[in-house]
Design a protein around this ligand. Structure first.
Ligand SMILES: [Zn+2]
Length: 272
């Protein structure tokens, strides 16, 4: 599932089309990625002749402005955006192709868990006003995180970090990375953190988001070996500290942690 940085990476794939005008739209109206689009029949007319102006991302969401309206979407599990030749002929999973004067913008999504909508300028303003502060914005403060930890005091940290209404764009690997860097066990209850631990968690949320955007979000580079990322995917992985990594389901998601760097406490519910 694409997270913050992967979403930023895919959104950039259409950048070469900025400044070009829409000449034609081809789409598969039955594709499930349009299940939330209430005006799909009008997309061709709505988009025709409009100029592709800018991209926008927020957590797992992305949007692209054409004239004053926005094409909004998310990638689900298998969605990908890429840039094709102007005369690209859509293949089976290319459910949306926006032809521009020199290129074509393509949405490919084999499993179709992604979703796409067209938002007018006013619908866009309403949508944007309701969003949580991005992790890297000034509005994502220590106080904001603290309040959330207190409000969800009994939630394991791993499950907490996956809640998009507070941590937009954080998914499974980023949550594990943040907790590992914070030295916090994934099953610790959110309400059990000391002020120092909660400050550290806030700092690592920002650090991991920034580094992920720089490394993966730019050109999908492989993160350095000093990240948990490179060690967490396969059984038998070792923490850079030399300890075998542990793996279990926490908050309903496969979670990886180092029992030495992230020690169990009385609040980790017996999970060590
Ligand atoms: Zn370790």
């Amino acid at each position: 599932m694409p997270e913050l940085a992967e979403v930023a990476y895919y959104a950039k794939q259409w950048d070469a089309g900025i400044g070009q005008h829409v000449t034609k739209v081809q789409l598969h109206p039955e594709a499930r990625i349009f299940r939330q689009a209430d005006n799909l029949a009008e997309w061709t007319d709505l988009l025709a002749g409009r100029r592709y102006e800018e991209r926008w991302t927020h957590g797992k969401q992305m949007a692209f402005r054409f004239g004053k309206g926005w094409l909004w979407g998310h990638l689900g599990m298998t969605g990908k955006l890429w840039m094709a030749e102007r005369d690209h002929v859509p293949e089976k999973h290319d459910h949306l192709v926006i032809h521009l004067t020199r290129h074509a913008l393509v949405v490919t999504d084999p499993r179709m868990f992604g979703a796409w909508r067209w938002l007018s300028a006013s619908a866009w303003a309403t949508h944007e006003a309701g969003l949580a502060p991005p992790i890297l914005s000034d509005a994502f403060t220590k106080g904001l995180l603290n309040d959330f930890l207190k409000r969800r005091a009994r939630t394991p940290l791993k499950a907490l970090l996956l809640q998009q209404e507070r941590f937009p764009g954080i998914g499974n690997w980023m949550a594990d990375e943040i907790l590992w860097r914070s030295g916090l066990h994934p099953n610790r209850q959110a309400g059990s953190l000391s002020p120092k631990e909660s400050g550290l968690l806030w700092q690592k949320c920002r650090l991991v988001a920034r580094q992920a955007l720089r490394v993966i979000g730019t050109d999908w580079s492989t993160p350095p070996n000093s990240w948990l990322f490179n060690h967490r995917w396969k059984d038998g992985g070792q923490c850079p500290c030399g300890t075998p990594l542990r793996r279990a389901s926490v908050g309903g998601r496969t979670t990886c942690w180092c029992p030495r760097c992230q020690p169990a406490t009385t609040e980790t519910d017996g999970l060590t």
